[in-house]
Design a protein around this ligand. Structure first.
Ligand SMILES: [Zn+2]
Length: 252
């Protein structure tokens, strides 16, 4: 048997072993695996600005600042942490339409996310899916756990639900009282080389939206970093969502 024949034969053997995927499985198979912790981009030359805990009063402004800077951002939204998600329905729709990524950060942002039962974790995720289906007509395939909790039943449940689990590799520490200038130093320390960063930031702080984000847009330009969504920085530009139909209730 020649090399080519051997190759074709082994390819056929492998192909034969792969089950036929339905369309949803095909989309999921194209991107990063579900249920495994992802901390940074898969390639250099990019930066995936990622914001938790909204939507809130700054969501529209943040989406506009990013868009005007030629940047795409990622919004890890909750259902009820800073008011009901439907209160910011238009801002979420606008951010989605502008090409920013909408992802999940659980429904209520429970402090004990890492010790919830699989059933409670599933409920936390499905409530956000329902709301986003109502608001933007799709459900997300990316999530960031509240408090970055990846223990307990979190990863196995996210795998079952098909979620890519994102944490971070640079913590802006805006949640910890750091000023935008102190957060900027953390990015400078992390540097612009190596695989792209997925920072932990919060859209609920005015300084993060109005000071840190414009600085990061400039920092990226200075360092020739492309500002992309988390899905894009993981080589998965079309895998951020699945089609979904919500219950139409539009209330928390
Ligand atoms: Zn959070």
């Amino acid at each position: 048997m020649g090399l080519t024949t051997l190759f074709v034969a082994s390819l056929a053997a492998v192909t034969g072993a792969v089950p036929v995927l339905n369309p949803i499985q095909a989309i999921q198979a194209a991107g990063p695996p579900a249920g495994q912790v992802i901390t940074k981009c898969t390639s250099p030359g990019m930066l995936a600005l990622a914001y938790d805990d909204g939507p809130y009063q700054y969501t529209q402004k943040l989406a506009d600042i990013l868009s005007q800077g030629g940047a795409k951002g990622t919004f890890f939204v909750t259902g009820t942490l800073y008011g009901c998600i439907y209160n910011q329905k238009t801002a979420v729709q606008n951010a989605y339409k502008a090409g920013h990524q909408i992802a999940s950060h659980s429904w209520t942002h429970p402090q004990n996310f890492g010790s919830l039962s699989a059933a409670d974790l599933t409920s936390q995720m499905q409530k956000v899916e329902n709301a986003l289906a109502n608001i933007i007509g799709v459900k997300p395939t990316y999530m960031r756990p509240p408090y970055l909790a990846t223990g307990g039943n979190v990863l196995s449940t996210m795998k079952t639900l098909g979620y890519r689990v994102i944490t971070d590799d640079v913590d802006a520490e805006d949640w910890n009282g750091k000023t935008p200038q102190q957060s900027e130093q953390k990015f400078q320390q992390a540097g612009a080389s190596g695989n792209g960063h997925i920072p932990l930031m919060h859209e609920t702080y005015q300084g993060t939206v109005e000071t840190l984000t414009p600085w990061l847009i400039n920092w990226a330009k200075t360092n020739n970093l492309k500002l992309v969504t988390v899905a894009e920085c993981l080589g998965d530009p079309t895998g951020a969502y699945l089609n979904a139909t919500g219950d139409g209730k539009m209330s928390c």
